[in-house]
Design a protein around this ligand. Structure first.
Ligand SMILES: Cc1cc2nc3c(=O)[nH]c(=O)nc-3n(C[C@H](O)[C@H](O)[C@H](O)COP(=O)(O)O)c2cc1C
Length: 339
């Protein structure tokens, strides 16, 4: 299908792409953070919203099924702006128990020809204490968004894998009150050992610790999985989910399979965007074929067609990241229109 270019692709993207990826990201987040404080700015962002396409899941009402994927607003600084732009839900994080700087820069790489990104950020974030305080202030200000907010939690780099559950629990205790749902990130490729938490025994341990925590049991707990799992690994995870009250699966995180990337452009890290599309859709189909667990799909959604593919695969909700970098907020409207 032929696509027309909007203001973002014609004017804003060239400006942003003249900056290095992380500076462009910081600049955008800063603009949205400031916009989040001013009603006229929020009204302006709201002016191009599409009519709603409501959806109910986890006993929550989503004005539309298109969400902001984790990682874009790691610190939860611009919730009102994301809602004003028309997202049906917002997932902030990954938040870790301890504030941490992440890996050395450069650590985000654009691959425009492939409509892809590679990142090895390594959970740079302000930490659970600071983020909880920020969310508390936002709630007190009366600007809390009306769309569901998910909080994505991960393990601090310095915490040994054996103590992972305590690390997740620390963040959860501080943040669960602000979350409509919680996503346990056990699939980022940029924190050494993190993906080992997808192993059944370790996953059971983590989920038991979470489910034993009072107050948390009332919130839907989801897990975010890697696209690089084998079928056998996936089946084992789905069994663990069924036995441990996991409300949903976010499929998928970035991939370490870089076979579609020319070696000269390759970098270490997680690959996202168009090259991930098929792999993520296949995993969604496999989950839906094997289990009744609801799926939030993420991976390579960059137009209405690739969004439709995820819904046809059986996803209940979808999330955007790399597609937004290349297509801007118009992508959201384009998808909602076609639903
Ligand atoms: C720069 C960047 C940072 C990300 N950070 C996180 C993160 O902190 N936590 C997480 O669960 N996923 C993170 N992701 C993964 C995205 O949420 C998403 O699952 C993945 O990129 C696939 O979707 P996409 O192809 O639409 O980008 C990140 C992705 C990118 C590109």
């Amino acid at each position: 299908m032929k696509r027309t270019r909007g203001t973002y692709e014609t004017f804003i993207r060239p400006l942003l792409f003249s900056l290095d990826p992380e500076t462009a990201h910081r600049f955008t987040i800063e603009l949205l953070r400031v916009a989040s404080r001013f009603d006229p700015a929020l009204r302006l962002l709201r002016s191009c919203q599409r009519p709603s396409k409501p959806k109910t899941l986890f006993d929550l009402t989503f004005p539309n099924p298109i969400g902001l994927a984790a990682g874009l607003d790691k610190n939860g600084v611009a919730l009102p702006a994301w809602a004003a732009l028309g997202f049906g839900f917002i997932e902030i994080g990954t938040v870790t128990a301890k504030a941490q700087p992440g890996n050395p820069e450069p650590r985000i790489f654009r691959l425009p020809k492939q409509q892809a990104l590679i990142n090895r950020l390594g959970f740079n974030n302000d930490g659970a204490d600071a983020i909880a305080e920020r969310l508390r202030k936002l709630r007190e200000s009366g600007r809390w968004p009306t769309v569901p907010v998910g909080i994505n939690i991960g393990k601090s780099k310095v915490t040994p894998l054996e103590q992972a559950a305590d690390d997740y629990l620390y963040s959860l205790r501080l943040l669960h009150d602000f979350a409509d749902y919680i996503t346990l990130n056990v699939s980022s490729p940029n924190t050494p050992g993190l993906r080992d938490l997808q192993e059944p025994q370790k996953l059971v341990e983590l989920l038991r610790a979470i489910n034993n925590e009072s107050g948390v049991a009332t919130k839907p707990v989801l897990i975010k999985i890697s696209p690089d799992l084998s079928l056998i690994e996936l089946e084992a995870i789905l069994n663990v989910c069924a036995e441990n009250r996991v409300a949903g699966v976010v499929a998928t995180n970035t991939t370490v399979d870089h076979s579609s990337i020319p070696p000269a452009l390759d970098e270490q890290g997680g690959l996202s965007g168009a090259p991930l599309r098929e792999k993520a859709s296949t995993l969604v189909r496999e989950i839906v074929a094997k289990s009744a667990i609801p799926v939030i799909a993420s991976g390579g959604i960059y137009d209405a067609e690739s969004a439709r593919e995820k819904f046809q695969a059986g996803a209940q909700l979808i999330q955007l990241y790399t597609g937004l970098v290349y297509r801007g907020p118009r992508l959201l409207r384009e998808i909602v229109k076609e639903l």
